[in-house]
Ligand binder design. Structure first.
Ligand SMILES: *[C@@H]1O[C@H](CO)[C@@H](O)[C@H](O)[C@H]1NC(C)=O
Ligand SMILES: *[C@@H]1O[C@H](CO)[C@@H](O)[C@H](O)[C@H]1NC(C)=O
Ligand SMILES: *[C@@H]1O[C@H](CO)[C@@H](O)[C@H](O)[C@H]1NC(C)=O
Ligand SMILES: *[C@@H]1O[C@H](CO)[C@@H](O)[C@H](O)[C@H]1NC(C)=O
Ligand SMILES: *[C@@H]1O[C@H](CO)[C@@H](O)[C@H](O)[C@H]1NC(C)=O
Ligand SMILES: *[C@@H]1O[C@H](CO)[C@@H](O)[C@H](O)[C@H]1NC(C)=O
Length: 570
């Protein structure tokens, strides 16, 4: 616009000379568009018609442009910058249409049509001409948009394009075929991650494409995952790297958790020499300003050879004449040791396998626990280890009935290490010590309940009680009078025979003193005469006779009973 004003004076001078001879009403150039806005690299058609009075013959028709400084107006088709691109589509009658292809910013000028006739002053320039503005396209877009929001991209030109063409959009050079529109805007509703990219715009049937503009979509971390390197089995001492991967924009900060405990930050969590206490469940957290997300947990299961192998005693037993001990080998390993070997100290070849081992000899044993990662041997233990008394019991010799005067031996048995001290109790009373308790001439007062106590420094144990029941013949037989009464014409006296014996005497005999044959049997005897009587008590072990007692039977009148017993003690 400014340009055309500045250019006006020289042209006016030309026209003034021109207008003198002719009427301007007959002369003219008519442009379809006074302003043309064209896209860079496109072809522009400037439609144009011209008129002149009859009686003239057209000589030259051509187009020229600003700046016009020379007397003779230059023909654009002779300008090397235009000659290849310019095509006169009109004629020498009235059509002055022109086509200019491959326009660039430099072509933004005012263009005029010029014609001359066979009459010297009969020439004309169509002023003002056609103002051509060549524009490029620029995508206007925010740099970032948050996922889920909507965004509007504008394809900007510096002037309103004269040809109302259809806009085409490209993302990463791929046309968005569904996004063709007469409007120069692209609306992305509820933006997704996939919408990020380099956007450019163009016009349909035009080769020019705008510079691309990056649209980035921000979003919270997604698909957070952990990978372990190396994959496969992890053995103590390995170097292990955990890598956290996630998609996010802007890039996420990552942190690491073992169980619920924070253990480090950064995309990579390295453990240079892994140990068994690193076993556990790990996860990473990926976070940016839009949110955070945890990965699934991954498990580190660190394998290691057996450590802290040890032997313990789990059971005592008896083996033929001796004792046995069951040993068990324990160790801490991953995977658990399933292979064990047993050795006598100072011997090379193993004496057994399996987690447990029954030792029959007093020896020093050790075990070796194996898994696929190695082995470890335990300290040696002496099988002859100490334990409290196990089971105590009493046996009686001879077995069977015990009769007063016999020799009787009680034997206490018990297992223990070190050997026990044994002591003997009758009822609750200590009666002796030692494994054997002998009674050389047993008497009735030895009858009773006996038990032995087995004890060492680790404990003590009582046997069950056994009963000694000592048999003996009747002793201290005696006669007593328990009743007097009447018998027919006279009085009578009832005598009873008592004795101490085991088993109790059930067989009694009664005698008159100085007579050999008995006068009665049974525990009681009725005396009818005044006499001296004695009794004899029997059991299967013998008999004893009592002292004689004097029985006086009164044969008084009228039932008055008087009797006198004289016991002659001896
Ligand atoms: C110009 O050409 C026209 C048509 O051929 C003719 O009539 C006229 O005389 C010419 N004018 C001059 C000055 O030669
Ligand atoms: C002028 O010529 C062009 C190209 O041949 C044509 O498209 C146009 O219709 C013509 N204009 C007139 C008014 O005859
Ligand atoms: C793991 O064990 C090593 C020695 O084996 C020790 O130095 C370290 O402190 C332990 N770490 C944990 C977390 O217990
Ligand atoms: C147990 O370990 C020993 C020593 O490494 C090996 O010779 C033996 O084959 C292993 N036995 C089993 C059943 O794995
Ligand atoms: C058992 O009887 C004998 C005699 O028979 C006696 O010497 C001893 O003291 C008695 N013992 C007890 C424990 O009564
Ligand atoms: C009682 O003892 C006497 C003398 O030993 C014997 O002759 C008699 O058979 C015994 N009687 C009974 C019933 O045991």
């Amino acid at each position: 616009m400014l340009l055309s004003v500045r250019m006006a004076p020289p042209l006016t001078l030309i026209f003034l000379t021109l207008i003198h001879g002719v009427s301007s009403a007959d002369w003219g150039v008519n442009y379809r568009h006074s302003h043309i806005c064209a896209l860079k690299h496109s072809a522009v058609i400037m439609r144009c018609t011209y008129t002149y009075p009859t009686g003239y013959e057209i000589r030259d028709v051509f187009w020229t442009k600003n700046p016009v400084k020379v007397e003779k107006l230059p023909d654009l088709s002779e300008d090397p910058e235009y000659s290849q691109r310019l095509q006169y589509l009109g004629d020498k009658q009235n059509n002055c249409t022109i086509r200019l292809s491959h326009v660039t910013q430099k072509d933004s000028q005012m263009y005029y049509f010029r014609f001359t006739t066979n009459v010297t002053d009969g020439k004309w320039v169509g002023d003002p001409g056609v103002t051509l503005t060549v524009t490029d396209l620029q995508v206007e877009s925010p740099e970032t948009v948050t996922e889920g929001d909507s965004v509007r991209l504008t394809c900007k030109s510096s002037c309103t394009l004269t040809d109302r063409a259809t806009f085409i959009w490209y993302r990463n050079s791929q046309p968005l075929t569904e996004k063709r529109d007469r409007k120069n805007q692209l609306l992305l509703q509820s933006v997704r991650r996939e919408d990020a990219g380099r956007y450019s715009c163009a016009l349909q049937e035009h080769t020019y494409i705008s510079p691309a503009v990056q649209l980035s979509v921000t979003y919270p971390p997604k698909s957070v995952s952990v990978s372990i390197s190396p994959s496969g089995e992890i053995v103590e001492g390995d170097s292990v790297t955990l890598i956290c991967s996630s998609y996010s924009n802007p890039p996420a900060e990552m942190s690491w958790f073992k169980g619920g405990t924070f253990v480090g930050s950064g995309r990579i969590y390295s453990i240079s020499k892994i140990s068994s206490n690193h076993s556990g469940e790990y996860k990473c957290k990926s976070s940016n300003k839009h949110g955070e997300k945890y990965s699934d947990t991954v498990t580190l299961n660190v394998m290691y050879p057996p450590k802290s192998a040890s032997v313990s005693i789990i059971q005592f037993g008896q083996f033929l004449e001796g004792y046995s001990v069951t040993l068990i080998c324990s160790s801490d390993s991953n995977p658990p040791a399933l292979n064990f070997s047993w050795f006598k100290e100072n011997q090379i070849s193993s004496v057994g396998s399996g987690q447990s081992f029954i030792a029959l000899q007093s020896e020093r044993f050790y075990c070796e626990a194996h898994n696929q990662h190695g082995s470890q041997r335990s300290d040696a233990v002496t099988m002859d280890s100490q334990y409290p008394p196990k089971s105590a019991s009493v046996s009686i010799s001879p077995s069977g009935e015990i009769v007063e005067g016999d020799s009787v031996t009680l034997i206490c048995s018990s297992y223990s290490n070190p050997p026990v001290e044994m002591s003997w109790f009758k009822g609750g009373t200590f009666v002796g010590s030692g494994r054997i308790y002998s009674i050389s001439k047993i008497s009735s007062n030895h009858s009773g309940e006996y038990k032995c106590k087995s004890s060492n420094e680790h404990g003590e144990k009582y046997s069950d009680a056994v009963t000694l029941n000592v048999m003996y013949p009747p002793k201290s037989a005696s006669v007593s009078i328990i009743q007097s009464g009447q018998f027919l014409e006279g009085d009578s006296v009832t005598l009873i025979c008592s004795s101490d014996s085991n088993p109790p005497a059930l067989n009694f005999s009664w005698f008159k003193e100085n007579q050999i044959s008995s006068v009665g049997s049974g525990q009681s005897f009725i005396a009818l005469q005044s006499e001296r009587f004695y009794c004899e008590a029997h059991n299967q072990h013998g008999s004893q006779r009592s002292d004689a007692v004097t029985v006086t039977v009164h044969h008084g009148a009228a039932g008055n009973l008087v009797f006198v017993i004289t016991v002659a003690s001896g």
